[in-house]
Design a protein around this ligand. Structure first.
Ligand code: GLY
Ligand code: MN
Ligand code: MN
Length: 440
């Protein structure tokens, strides 16, 4: 059993310790989705399921049954099938699964309807991802009905149904050293992709040509997919937050905003850089860029253990509002403009989000009504931006259509924080020098 699986065994144990007495947890693998006829979309395991098993195959179900004498961790998976494996590749199969994944017991998924109700019988509570997948919800109810049908014979169906998400997602929020290593590797590969795109940018090419540089680098680095759809927005497109058509010309004088990150071994990175297509910022572009950079510095400084979740956001709002007032884009007193949220015309999203197995990772941001405090092991993005809509007639023309975001991935440590996404030009000078060197 490799160390990866030892870690997953530890996660399962921690989760089981937190489950209510006399309960069972059921977690299904992600369903496969048909693209057309017999072609499927690329399969990607459910993040919670992967976190607890490290198992990437479809058609599987994990049952956690604390205190079950014959074994607490049971995995149902596809049975070995020579013909299927000839077409689709090797399946681990129930026999190998116990050794390879460190689970106690495994059965073919084809037999689940015969076996699982017996395991649920007598358990008062069932944890599962209620309300996320109609088919799975109805499957759970089918199994409960089977036990109910035998009530006269003395079988006890479960009577309480609980969502598993909260317990599990609190575990996922705090990353182990192994997870942080994977996140660092994801960030390293993405950083190389960003450098490659920046180095290959010139007016006259299409946005998708830069996307290609990123995707090439991700795959070369061992990533099997981007963590989210890559954004390459040139000129006005940089002001559309989730622009991903990536099919326009990159023109002389444009800023290019690239928001791209690979997924490596199931861990996401999420990085944004904004740079001038021709390698040199205009006066206006530079003025806006410098504000966002300063806002990012202030927000990263505010990432400290014990600080409330919204401290980095508030730090970025302050810098951006003051900066926009100084340029005359916002008019009034910064304190008043912050109170009235006037900055939201230009900075309409929050400064970041949890990052982990998912790009917008799980974990609560508030505990009761209060922002939660940052703790070592959490990872957040820090990504302030200013976007001046091309049709914002309240702003002098020279500013319109400028969109800037700078995004990095930051781990909270005992001593403060650590930026995981290192090694990509970030200041005006770094970007201009890097691009000048790249064209020689
Ligand atoms: N790339 C998605 C985000 O930055 O949140
Ligand atoms: Mn992003
Ligand atoms: Mn992000």
């Amino acid at each position: 059993m490799d160390s990866n699986y030892r870690e997953m065994r530890k996660r399962r144990k921690e989760l089981m310790l937190q489950m209510e007495p006399n309960s069972i947890a059921l977690l299904a693998a992600a369903p496969a989705h048909a693209r057309n006829s017999d072609t499927e979309y690329p399969y990607r395991q459910n993040s919670d399921f992967y976190y607890l098993t490290g198992f990437a195959e479809k058609n599987a179900l994990l049952a956690l049954i604390p205190g079950r004498k014959e074994g607490e961790v049971v995995l149902f998976c596809q049975g070995n099938d020579k013909l299927k494996e000839l077409w689709e590749g090797k399946l681990l199969g129930p026999e190998a699964v116990c050794d390879e994944l460190g689970v106690d017991d495994a059965y073919p998924i084809a037999d689940i309807d015969d076996i699982l109700p017996g395991m649920m019988e007598g358990r008062a509570r069932v944890y599962y991802a209620m309300g996320k997948d109609d088919q799975f919800d109805s499957k759970v109810m089918d199994w409960v009905k089977v036990i109910r049908g035998k009530a006269k014979m003395g079988d006890h169906p479960p009577s309480e149904f609980l969502v598993l998400d909260h317990l599990l997602h609190e575990l996922r929020l705090l990353k182990s050293p192994e997870e942080i290593k994977l996140m660092e590797q994801a960030a390293r590969i993405s950083a190389e992709g960003h450098r490659r795109a920046m180095a290959n940018c010139r007016p006259g090419i299409k946005e998708y040509e830069l996307e290609a540089e990123l995707l090439y680098t991700f795959t070369r680095g061992g990533s099997r997919a981007p963590a989210y759809r890559t954004i390459v927005g040139a000129g006005d497109n940089a002001c559309t937050l989730h622009y991903d058509a990536n099919n326009c010309d990159i023109k002389e004088g444009d800023l290019v905003l690239i928001d791209a990150g690979c997924e490596y071994n199931y861990y996401a990175s999420d990085i944004t850089r904004t740079f001038p297509a021709n390698g040199k910022f205009s006066t206006e572009q530079k003025a806006i860029y410098e504000i966002v950079l300063k806002a990012q510095d202030a927000a990263i400084d505010a990432v400290q253990p014990g600080a409330p979740w919204d401290a980095p956001h508030n730090a970025s709002v302050k810098v951006i509002t003051r900066g926009l007032v100084k340029l005359g884009i916002l008019k009034g007193r910064p304190a008043q403009l912050i109170k009235s949220e006037a900055y939201k015309d230009f900075y309409m999203h929050r400064v970041g989000h949890w990052l982990g197995i998912d790009v917008h990772d799980v974990g609560d941001y508030k505990i009761d009504d209060d922002w939660r405090l940052l703790e070592p092991g959490m990872v957040t993005t820090i990504e302030p931006g200013i976007y001046i809509a091309p049709d914002n007639t309240k702003v002098p023309k020279k500013w319109r259509g400028i969109g800037v975001r700078i995004e990095d991935d930051v781990l909270i440590t005992k001593a403060g924080h650590k930026v995981l996404s290192k090694g990509i030009p970030r200041t005006v000078q770094e970007i201009e020098s890097f691009m000048a060197e790249s064209t020689q």
